[in-house]
Design a protein around this ligand. Structure first.
Ligand SMILES: Nc1nc2c(c(=O)[nH]1)N[C@H]1C(S)=C(S)[C@@H](COP(=O)(O)O)O[C@H]1N2
Ligand SMILES: [Mo]
Length: 427
């Protein structure tokens, strides 16, 4: 493709408009350009001269070895050890919207524990009519729902407050995954225990904690608990993986990942918030004047271009280029994504792969004809509340530089004529 398109002098104008039509032609050219017959077509190949693996070679399949670099990765200097740590989803290498569990980021405060279904107990106590304990088998007998949601750690993009830091979408934006969860609504279980004893529900809370050593306790206002929170036992159709809370985790749609308690063991209805470690010294946002915001539960609208990006450079030369990325909002659905090729001076509408779904990832694409020019790639998300993703400067104006969590600013990738890309900041 590289050789054919060089020197054709495609104008910038046609590059901005005629993208879709270019695709098929350019791909044909790649095949036809060789001097002689293509040995991959003309000669017999090893894979066609012997039989392949039998059906039971891998009773539970893994990605083919050619894709072995599409894995979670951590940033070693970020945490002292891997027990209380985080790794990142390889979003630069994925497409569509569903994150396979096997490469979905992990965040543990005291490691991922192994808890068998038989040993699982879930207690509901506090201001309920009848305190109850559910076994795993009990949970399976309540009416079930299946819904897709993103889970984003509040610390996602948190290393980028002071300046461009980590060179890859996996590291800047990979504390996110998006799965189809199956389980029981928290409302169903709370109503089973009975909320009469709680009286007026308007000012009540539920305190949720896990069975791991950290317990990761969090307070959730009753209004949210009765709205769309799930007690989930399946993700993407199969059992939760150990690292995502097997056998049961809480799903708190649109709200910060810390509240999605894994290995869920207890739900207490309380008259006030508990003010646990995870909602006081952590997961609060210190502003420029030293005052900290708390109860910043919702993940605001955000987006990122996943390819091209530093870990996904352009390697195919000039011509048709698919720009793609992800957008999401904890307040509702994504209604549109704008893309800028010039650091935010001009914007054009991306194509959404499907209509935005409530509190779930939306995939977007923009098909362009790239002739090797420098690009400052940015994406900007709009959600169903009318909210528009802010620039880095706009966010800093409101939040200062003391924050770690809730950085949802517009990301910039500088794409060079070589096709390589770098994390940069435009002022
Ligand atoms: N019990 C328990 N639940 C937990 C945690 C934990 O350490 N223990 N980590 C929380 C944090 S900070 C996040 S971001 C999400 C991450 O979920 P994941 O590991 O499935 O990606 O789980 C949350 N739930
Ligand atoms: Mo988190």
């Amino acid at each position: 493709m590289t050789t054919e398109n060089k020197g054709k002098g495609t104008s910038r104008r046609s590059f901005l408009t005629g993208a879709a039509a270019m695709g098929a032609g350019a791909v044909t050219a790649t095949v036809a350009k060789g001097a002689g017959p293509d040995p991959l077509i003309a000669e017999k190949q090893a894979w066609a001269m012997a039989t392949g693996d039998g059906v039971d070679a891998t009773p539970y399949g893994l990605p083919i070895r050619f894709e072995s670099d599409v894995v979670r990765r951590n940033v070693e200097w970020l945490t002292a050890d891997t027990i209380s740590s985080i790794n990142f989803t390889p979003i630069h290498a994925l497409d569509g919207t569903i994150t396979p569990q096997g490469c979905a980021f992990e965040r543990h405060h005291s490691g991922a524990i192994e808890l068998a279904k038989e040993d699982y107990r879930l207690m509901i106590n506090g201001l309920v009519d009848t305190p109850l304990v559910f076994s795993y088998a009990d949970l399976e007998r309540f009416p079930r729902v299946t819904r897709t949601y993103f889970c984003e750690c509040a610390a996602n993009t948190g290393m980028e407050w002071a300046g461009a830091q980590l060179n890859g979408a996996q590291f800047t934006h990979g504390m996110i995954h998006n799965m189809e969860y199956t389980g029981v609504t928290l409302r169903t279980l709370l109503e089973e225990a009975g909320l009469g004893a709680a009286g007026d529900l308007a000012d009540k809370w539920v305190y949720v904690e896990g069975a791991d050593a950290s317990s990761n306790g969090r307070s959730i206002p009753m209004e949210k608990a009765l709205d769309d929170v799930l007690v989930a036992f399946k993700a993407n159709g199969e059992a939760l993986r150990k690292e995502h809370g097997y056998p049961v985790r809480l799903v708190v749609p649109g709200w910060e990942g810390n509240m999605w308690v894994k290995w869920l063991r207890r739900i207490e209805v309380t008259a006030q918030a508990i003010e646990s470690r995870e909602e006081t010294s952590k997961y609060t946002d210190t502003l420029a004047n030293g005052v900290s915001r708390k109860w910043t539960w919702v993940m605001d609208a955000k987006s990122v271009i996943t390819s091209p990006s530093p870990q996904a450079p352009i390697t195919h030369g000039h011509g048709p280029l698919v720009i793609t990325g992800l957008a999401w909002s904890g307040r509702g659905a994504i209604t549109g994504v704008d893309i800028s090729l010039d650091g935010g001076k001009n914007w054009q509408k991306a194509r959404l792969a499907a209509d935005g779904q409530d509190k779930a990832l939306t995939r977007f694409y923009l098909d362009i004809n790239w002739q090797g020019e420098d690009m400052l790639l940015q994406s900007r998300a709009h959600d169903s509340t009318g909210y528009v993703q802010p620039s880095k400067a706009q966010l800093r104006e409101v939040r200062g530089l003391n924050s770690i969590y809730h950085n949802n600013c517009i990301q910039t990738w500088h794409v060079y004529p070589t096709g390589e890309a770098e994390n940069v900041e435009v002022s």
